[in-house]
Design a protein around this ligand. Structure first.
Ligand SMILES: NC(=O)c1ccc[n+]([C@@H]2O[C@H](COP(=O)([O-])OP(=O)(O)OC[C@H]3O[C@@H](n4cnc5c(N)ncnc54)[C@H](O)[C@@H]3O)[C@@H](O)[C@H]2O)c1
Length: 251
């Protein structure tokens, strides 16, 4: 297998759909061996059929036992991972922050924040054992600014941004780079769900599109290209960055 990531072992959460799937396909095309994790078993199987030599493990990223089981399965199959991408995430409650239900708030933070932390906790020791490598977390442009429509989501992604920066500081001496990608609105099933949840989906879609100076939504492949850049040697001196991929939304 040839390519920029030939022979490298990459662990990816949220691999069954959207951005995680686009990253998986791009890494497979560049020669990486993949540990694909998601709670969507059918989505994982469909993806694995297109990624030679991939191992799929069905997990809930908020479960420490599930994450540890997946990490052990990957280690058995491939040896230690040197690349990690955390793409599993959810939107959570759309209510104003003070009206959100406690259970919805807790579930959102369990998946978006705890799920990212657990992935780092289980895979950074493998990356260290591999002699170094790179982590890319998926936060959001909404993690770098407040949000009227998704306040809980914005808070959870702000936490992912800061966790990523702290991990970058902690693990730089071990040759482990940690960067965070902050997408604007990208055409995936999650974006469709955002519009479907709105009282007036067409108006919400127009409002979201208008936030992006480039005048369109992003494509999953554009985010995957950025993730691969940050994982690769071209970003060898880049760590602790929270990089918007947002069509100029935060410019
Ligand atoms: N699409 C966008 O516009 C956008 C913008 C900014 C940030 N993001 C972030 O990018 C990441 C990927 O989003 P996407 O658009 O590809 O969404 P998506 O809904 O298409 O994919 C998310 C994947 O995560 C998985 N997942 C969710 N909860 C899980 C859990 N508890 N355990 C295991 N797997 C779980 C889902 O099954 C799904 O396969 C998310 O973290 C999201 O918040 C997306």
């Amino acid at each position: 297998m040839t390519g920029r990531f030939a022979g490298r072992v990459a662990a990816i959460t949220g691999a069954a759909s959207g951005l995680g799937r686009a990253v998986a396909e791009a890494l497979a095309a560049e020669g990486a061996r993949l540990l694909l994790m998601d709670r969507d078993a059918a989505g994982l199987e469909a993806l694995a059929a297109r990624c030679p030599d991939a191992l799929t493990v069905v997990i809930d990223v908020s479960s420490a036992a599930d994450m540890a089981r997946a990490a052990a399965a990957g280690l058995d199959r491939f040896g230690p991972a040197s690349l990690l991408v955390t793409a599993a995430g959810m939107l959570g409650p759309t209510a104003p922050a003070v009206e959100a239900e406690e259970a919805d708030w807790d579930r959102l933070f369990d998946v978006n924040v705890k799920g990212t932390w657990l992935a780092a906790k289980c895979f950074i020791p493998q990356i260290r054992a591999a002699g170094g490598g790179a982590v890319v977390t998926l936060a959001s442009a909404a993690g770098l600014t407040g949000s009227l429509s998704l306040p809980a989501y914005s808070a959870s992604k702000g936490a992912v941004v800061m966790l990523s920066r702290s991990l970058a500081l902690a693990h730089a001496p071990e040759g482990i780079r940690v960067n965070c990608v902050c997408p604007g609105s990208i055409e995936t099933p999650m974006l469709d769900a955002t519009f479907a949840a709105a009282a007036d989906p067409a108006a919400r879609m127009a409002e979201f599109r208008a936030r992006h100076p480039l005048g369109r939504f992003g494509q999953a492949r554009e985010v995957a290209d950025t993730v691969l850049f940050l994982l690769g040697e071209g970003a060898g001196f880049v760590t602790g960055v929270s990089l918007p991929v947002d069509g100029g939304r935060l410019a």
